[in-house]
Design a protein around this ligand. Structure first.
Ligand code: FPP
Length: 248
């Protein structure tokens, strides 16, 4: 069971399988503190790492990457930190929109957009529309996302569909739930990586991760790079070299 995967599971992986790796990007605050800098400095460094991880995906055989950027619980943080994070999201979307499109990335956001700033929502919609037809790498950003909140919102939508006569309760199965979740159309993650030594799943992809492998690394997110990404995939027997995605 090297790397926690048995032989039967190993036979399902390898060339042709479109891997989905999801990241809980933790440790930005501690990284900044160690440098005697404010927490947003750590988030800026974290955003650069997120960009590098996305760029590395096609070469590592990862077709789907999901990043936990802001949870439904993160509103409990200080107001200045929340403002800095929201400004960082807007800045990064503007800065990277066209290069992500040029790289063939399809970008989607999951989570509840209702409480988000209107300018941020407009940028999210612009980025999603710009990249909607891309297929080289699928990037999903979880923003104001919580697994339980996602399941509750999906359940409400299903209840409304039942009332409207579009759905029969006896027809509700796993595939129905999958269809109503924010992640509709995305495969379940194969591997969830959490940095910074915390071994919790923190309400991330609660429904979707039922069969995922988990890797908890002590590295703080701003120190997590391409080499460790490749090493983690190797540990689980998941790496497939695609030479920049041109063959896949
Ligand atoms: C957790 O570290 C990190 C966050 C809540 C924010 C994640 C955001 C980024 C990495 C930057 C932006 C990403 C995109 C996609 C543009 P923490 O603050 O909890 O660290 P700590 O546990 O050391 O305090």
């Amino acid at each position: 069971m090297a790397g926690g995967r048995d032989v039967n599971q190993q036979s399902q992986i390898g060339p042709g399988r479109d891997l989905h790796v999801a990241f809980i990007m933790d440790g930005n605050g501690r990284w900044a503190k160690a440098r005697r800098r404010p927490r947003p400095f750590g988030h800026q460094a974290g955003a650069k790492r997120a960009r590098e991880v996305v760029e590395a995906c096609p070469d590592l055989g990862v077709k789907y990457v999901t990043l936990y950027a802001f949870s439904t619980e993160n509103w409990k943080r200080s107001k200045p930190e929340i403002i800095a994070l929201m400004a960082l999201f807007r800045h990064y979307i503007r800065k990277t929109m066209h290069e992500l499109h040029a790289e063939g990335a399809r970008v989607r956001f999951i989570g509840d957009r209702a409480p988000l700033d209107r300018k941020l929502v407009a940028l999210i919609q612009e980025l999603e529309a710009l990249t909607a037809r891309n297929d080289r790498v699928h990037v999903t950003v979880a923003l104001n996302y919580g697994g339980r909140d996602e399941i509750l919102r999906a359940t409400r939508k299903m209840a409304q569909a039942v009332i409207a006569g579009q759905l029969r309760p006896e027809d509700i199965g796993e595939d129905t739930m999958t269809h109503y979740l924010d992640t509709a159309g995305l495969p379940d993650p194969d591997l969830v990586v959490r940095t910074s030594g915390e071994a919790r799943t923190s309400n991330f992809l609660t429904w979707q991760s039922a069969y995922a492998e988990y890797e908890f690394t002590d590295t703080l997110w701003p120190d997590f790079g391409r080499a460790e990404f490749a090493a983690v995939l190797d540990k689980f027997g998941l790496r497939e070299r695609r030479f920049g995605g041109v063959t896949g």
